[in-house]
Design a protein around this ligand. Structure first.
Ligand code: UD1
Ligand code: UDP
Length: 359
C-alpha cells in the first residue's frame, strides 16, 4: 500500500506526527510518502515540530510559501498533481482545515485517488472564516472522514454524508501531547521567561478576523491593562507579527516573544494560570490539560471544549480581555474528564482503519 500524507502548517504537523508513526509500526509493508507543502516555512513554525515529534524529513517539499488564498491553493494543486500522477498512491491523508488541506484533497480526488480527512466534521457555521470553507469542501469530497467528537458526526450527517464514511478515531493532537507529556512537564519553561507556574496569562492570537484589522491593537492595549494585574506572555504568530510591525507595545508585565517550539509551548500551557487564544488546537489542548481557556472569537467549531467547562467564548470583543483576571478567580480549577477517545490512541485507530483498506 502506498500512502501520501500532505502537511503544510504548524497544527498539521502536530496532528499527523503520531499517525505517521502508528502506520509505520502497524503497517510495516506500507510505503509512506510525506509531502510538505511549505505553507509554513519558518523554523519555529515547521522544522522544530519534525524534530521534537520525531517525524522523518518530508520526502517532497512543494515550497508554496505565503500568498493569497487562491495563490496558495493553486500552487499546492499544481505542484502536488505531478507527484500524485507519478506515485499513484492508494490513499492521500490530509489533516485539519488549512488551505493545503483543501488543495491537496481536491487534487487527489480529481485524479480518482481516495482521500482520508483527519479532524473531519468541525463546523463554526461561519463561512467568513477561511477554515470553514476548507472544512466543508474537504469533507464533501473525502472518502474516509476521521472525527474526534460526536458533534462532528451530527454536522456531517446533516450535510448528507453517509454514516459508513464517518469513523470516530479520537484526537491525534492529544496523541502528540500525551506522547511528550513527561518531557514537557519536566521543562519548567515559564521560569525561563521570568514567570511562575499558575500565575500568568498565556496568549496566542492569529485569526484574520481579529488580527487583520484594528481589533488587534485594541487587544494589545487590553493586554497591557491585564499585565498590571498578572504577567502576560504572548508568543506572536508571524501573521500577527506582520500586522503589529512597528507598533509592538509592551508595558511592564507584557512580554511579546517569537513563536516557541512545541515542547516549550506545551510546558507554558500546562503551567499557565489561564490561556487567551483564538487558536483551534489550543482550545483542545487546554481542555485536555484542564487549564482555563478564554477564546476571543464569536464562535467555535469545537463546542465540546465549552461543554466541558474549560473554554469560555469571549466573543470577538477585545474589551472583554480586561475582565480575565476576575473570570479566572471564578473558575473551579477542576480538571474535567477529557472527551471519549482523547486518550493518546487515536493514531492507532487510524492505522487500523487504513490497514483495512489495503488492496
Ligand atoms: C494558517 C491557516 C489557519 C491556521 C494557521 C495555523 C489557512 C487559510 N489558514 O493561517 O487556519 O490556524 O495557519 O498557524 O490555511 N508567515 C511567516 N512565516 C511562516 C508562515 C507564515 O512569516 O512560516 C506569515 C506570512 O506573512 C504570511 C502570514 O504569516 O502571509 C499568514 O500565513 P498563512 O499560511 O497564509 O496563514 P496563517 O495565518 O498562518
Ligand atoms: N504551538 C506551538 N508554539 C507556539 C504556539 C502554538 O508549538 O508558539 C502549538 C500548540 O501547542 C498547538 C498548535 O501549535 O499544538 C496550534 O497551532 P495554531 O494555533 O497555529 O493553529 P490552529 O490550531 O488554530 O489551527
Amino acid at each position: 500500500m502506498r500512502i501520501v500524507h500532505v502537511l503544510g502548517t504548524r497544527p498539521n504537523f502536530v496532528k499527523m506526527a503520531l499517525v505517521i508513526a502508528a502506520v509505520a509500526t502497524e503497517l510495516p509493508d506500507a510505503e509512506q510518502v510525506v509531502v510538505h507543502t511549505g505553507q509554513h516555512y519558518d523554523r519555529m513554525m515547521s522544522q522544530i515540530f519534525f524534530e521534537e515529534l520525531g517525524v522523518p524529513e518530508p520526502d517532497h517539499m512543494l515550497e508554496v510559501g505565503s500568498g493569497s488564498h487562491a495563490q496558495q491553493t493553486a500552487r499546492v494543486m499544481e505542484r502536488l498533481e505531478p507527484l500524485l500522477v507519478d506515485s499513484r498512491p492508494d490513499l492521500v491523508v490530509v489533516p485539519g482545515d488549512v488551505n493545503s488541506t483543501m488543495a491537496a484533497s481536491l487534487t487527489a480526488v480529481k485524479l480518482g485517488i481516495p482521500v482520508a480527512h483527519l479532524e473531519s466534521g468541525l463546523r463554526s457555521f461561519d463561512r467568513s472564516m477561511p477554515e470553514e470553507v476548507n472544512r466543508v469542501l474537504t469533507d464533501a469530497i473525502s472518502d474516509h472522514l476521521y472525527i474526534h467528537s460526536e458533534d462532528a458526526r451530527r454536522n456531517l450527517s446533516s450535510e448528507g454524508i453517509p454514516d459508513e464514511k464517518i469513523h470516530m478515531v479520537g484526537n491525534t493532537m492529544i496523541d502528540s501531547l500525551v506522547a511528550l507529556e513527561d518531557r514537557f512537564r519536566a521543562l519548567d519553561a515559564c521560569s525561563g521567561h521570568g514567570v511562575n507556574p499558575g500565575e500568568y496569562l498565556l496568549v496566542t492570537l492569529h485569526r484574520p478576523a481579529l488580527v487583520d484589522g484594528p481589533l488587534l491593537f485594541e487587544a494589545v492595549e487590553a493586554l497591557e491593562r491585564v499585565a498590571t494585574r498578572m504577567p502576560v506572555l504572548f508568543p506572536v504568530h508571524p501573521r500577527t507579527k506582520a500586522r503589529l510591525a512597528g507598533r509592538e507595545a509592551a508595558g511592564p508585565g507584557l512580554k511579546l516573544i517569537d513563536p516557541v517550539g512545541y515542547l516549550e509551548f506545551l510546558s507554558l500551557e500546562a503551567d499557565a494560570g489561564a490561556v487567551l487564544t483564538d487558536s483551534g488546537g489550543i482550545q483542545e489542548e487546554t481542555t485536555y490539560l484542564g487549564i482555563p481557556c478564554f477564546t476571543l472569537r464569536a464562535n467555535t467549531e469545537r463546542p465540546v471544549t465549552i461543554e466541558l467547562g474549560t473554554n469560555v467564548l469571549l466573543g470577538l470583543d477585545p474589551a472583554r480581555i480586561t475582565g480575565i483576571p476576575d473570570l479566572i478567580a471564578e473558575r473551579s480549577g477542576d480538571r474535567p474528564t477529557p472527551p471519549p477517545f482523547w486518550d493518546g490512541r487515536a493514531a492507532y485507530r487510524i492505522a487500523d482503519h487504513i490497514a483495512g483498506l489495503a488492496p
